[in-house]
Write a protein that binds this ligand. Structure first.
Ligand SMILES: [Zn+2]
Length: 465
C-alpha cells in the first residue's frame, strides 16, 4: 500500500497543473463577469412593454430643477403627475396633511390613483416619491421612479386587465422624513388594503437595479420575483446588511403593516442629492431594469390571490449561470451540518495520511464554526460561507481520500468544479460592496472576501503551485 505515492502523482503531473490553473482562470473570469443587463427599449417598443425612452420624457419633465416641498417647482411637478394620471385614463386624487415619522414631522401632499382589476382580492401598490432635495433636480432620486409608475400604468392599460386592483401612490416629503408615506399609512382609507407594496428608489444615477430590502416573511415574494424576473438582481446578503443600517425610505413606513419589496440603483453615489442627479447623467439601463421589475411584478402580483397567508423567509442570490436561486432559511442549519460533516471526514482521513492535510482542516474549522453563528444571526448571509465550504470540503475530501482506482480524470473534474461556488457567489459582490459601502469600509469587506476566496481555493492552489 502506497498512499503517499498516489497523492504525489496528483501534484506532480504538469498536465494536471495546467488543467487546474486553466480551470481557476476560467472561474475567476466568470466570477468577475457582471450579470447581463437589459438594453433600454426605444420609444417605438410595443405598447404592452416598458420602454425606458418613453419613461425619460417624464423624467425630463419632472427633473428640470430641484423641487423640494414648499417650492413652486414642487407644485408644478404635482400638477404634472396629476395630469399624466388623468391622461392615462385614471382619476387621481391628492391627500394633504401632516405626516409624522419618528422625529420627523411636516406637511405632505400625496398623489393617488387606482387601476381597477377584474376580480380584486387585495390590491398591489406601486410607490415612488415626487419631491426632491434642494440640492439637485432629483432625476434618479426619485423622478425616474415616478416615471416608472406612469410607464408601467401605460403598459398595463395596453394589455389584458389584471385580476387585482393596482394602487399607484406617489408620495411627498420623503426627503423630509418619509412624511407622505407616514401620512398615507396613518390616515388614508386605502392604507390597510395593499397585499404587497413595491417601492422604487435611487441612491445615485446608475448601475444595476437591485431588489435590496423586503418585509418579512419574504419567501413568497422572492419566489414571485423569480417567476416574474428570473434574472432578478437580489441577494439575501443585501437584505441582512440593509436591515442593520440606519437608512430609511418610504418602505420603512409601509413595512409597519404591509408586505413589500424595495428596488434601487446605487452607482455614482457622489451625484446623489447633487446638481448632477439630472436627466443627462441618468443611466437608461437602470430605468429599464426598474421598469422591468415594476411591470413584470404588477402582472405577477396582479394575478395572485393576495389574501393568502404566508410564512417563512428565503435565502436568495443570482448566479451568472442560473435563474435567481431561492430556498427556505429552514435549510440553512442542515447545510451547516452537512459542511461540518464533509470537512470533518476529510480532516479525519487527512490526519491518517498527511500532517499537511490536518493543518488545512484546522484552518477550515474557523469558517465551519462561523457558519453556525451566521446561521442563527444572519441566515441570509449563510450561503456565502456554506456553498464555498461544501465545494472546498469536497475538493479536500477527494484530495485526501480518493484511491488510485478512481479515475484520474474524475478526481480532476471534482477539483475543477469545487471552487465554482466561491467564485460565482463571492466575486460578483465585490464591486457592489465598494459602491455601497464606500472605498474605506468597502475595502475592508473586500479584503475579507478576497481572503475567503483564497482560503476556499487553496486545495487547488496547493496542487498548482
Ligand atoms: Zn429618494
Amino acid at each position: 500500500m502506497e498512499p503517499r505515492k498516489e497523492k504525489v502523482s496528483v501534484t506532480a503531473t504538469p498536465a494536471v497543473r495546467w488543467a487546474l490553473a486553466g480551470g481557476l482562470a476560467v472561474w475567476t473570469a466568470l466570477g468577475f463577469t457582471p450579470l447581463s443587463r437589459p438594453l433600454p427599449l426605444p420609444a417605438s417598443a410595443p405598447d404592452s412593454e416598458f420602454s425606458a425612452e418613453r419613461a425619460m420624457v417624464t423624467v425630463r419633465a419632472i427633473a428640470q430643477r430641484p423641487h423640494p416641498v414648499g417650492s413652486a417647482d414642487h407644485d408644478r411637478v404635482r400638477d404634472y403627475v396629476l395630469g399624466e394620471f388623468t391622461r392615462l385614463g385614471l382619476t387621481p386624487t391628492t391627500q394633504a396633511g401632516i405626516g409624522t415619522f419618528g422625529r420627523y414631522s411636516g406637511k405632505a401632499e400625496n398623489i393617488l390613483a387606482r387601476l381597477p382589476g377584474t376580480a380584486n382580492t387585495r390590491p398591489l401598490m406601486l410607490a415612488a416619491h415626487y419631491d426632491s432635495t434642494k440640492r439637485g433636480p432629483g432625476a434618479g432620486d426619485d423622478a425616474h421612479a415616478v416615471a416608472v409608475l406612469l410607464e408601467t400604468l401605460r403598459a398595463l392599460r395596453q394589455s389584458a386587465p389584471l385580476r387585482n386592483d393596482c394602487i399607484f401612490l406617489v408620495t411627498d416629503g420623503e426627503e423630509d422624513g418619509m412624511l407622505g408615506a407616514a401620512l398615507f399609512m396613518r390616515e388614508h382609507r386605502w392604507h390597510g388594503e395593499p397585499g404587497v407594496v413595491l417601492n422604487f428608489e435611487a441612491r445615485g444615477t446608475g448601475g444595476a437595479a437591485t431588489m435590496f430590502e423586503t418585509s418579512t416573511p419574504n419567501a413568497w415574494m422572492i419566489r414571485a420575483l423569480r417567476r416574474a424576473v428570473p434574472a432578478a438582481n437580489a441577494t439575501s446578503f443585501a437584505y441582512e446588511v440593509y436591515r442593520r443600517m440606519p437608512n430609511n425610505t418610504d418602505l420603512s413606513v409601509f413595512k409597519q403593516g404591509l408586505a413589500g419589496m424595495n428596488f434601487a440603483f446605487i452607482e455614482h453615489p457622489e451625484w446623489y442629492h447633487r446638481p448632477q442627479d439630472d436627466p443627462a447623467h441618468l443611466d437608461l439601463r437602470s430605468v429599464q431594469e426598474q421598469g422591468n421589475y415594476a411591470l413584470a411584478l404588477a402582472r405577477e402580483f396582479g394575478a395572485q390571490d393576495l389574501n393568502q397567508p404566508h410564512s417563512g423567509n428565503a435565502v436568495y442570490f443570482p448566479t451568472l449561470l442560473t435563474p435567481l436561486i431561492v430556498y427556505s432559511t429552514a435549510w440553512v442549519r442542515l447545510l451547516a451540518w452537512l459542511t461540518l460533516f464533509v470537512i470533518a471526514a476529510a480532516a479525519q482521513s487527512g490526519w491518517v495520511r498527511s500532517v499537511r492535510g490536518f493543518w488545512f482542516a484546522f484552518v477550515l474549522a474557523i469558517p465551519v464554526i462561523l457558519q453556525f453563528v451566521v446561521a442563527s444571526t444572519a441566515p441570509g448571509v449563510s450561503y456565502l460561507l456554506e456553498w464555498p465550504l461544501v465545494g472546498v470540503g469536497i475538493a479536500f475530501a477527494v484530495w485526501m481520500t480518493a484511491p488510485p482506482v478512481i479515475g484520474f480524470g474524475w478526481r480532476l473534474a471534482v477539483l475543477l468544479l469545487a471552487p465554482a461556488p466561491s467564485f460565482l457567489l463571492i466575486a460578483p459582490m465585490l464591486h457592489s460592496l465598494i459602491v455601497a459601502l464606500g472605498p474605506r469600509e468597502g475595502g475592508i469587506v473586500v479584503a475579507v472576501a478576497a481572503l475567503w476566496l483564497l482560503i476556499t481555493v487553496s486545495p487547488q492552489l496547493k496542487l498548482v503551485v
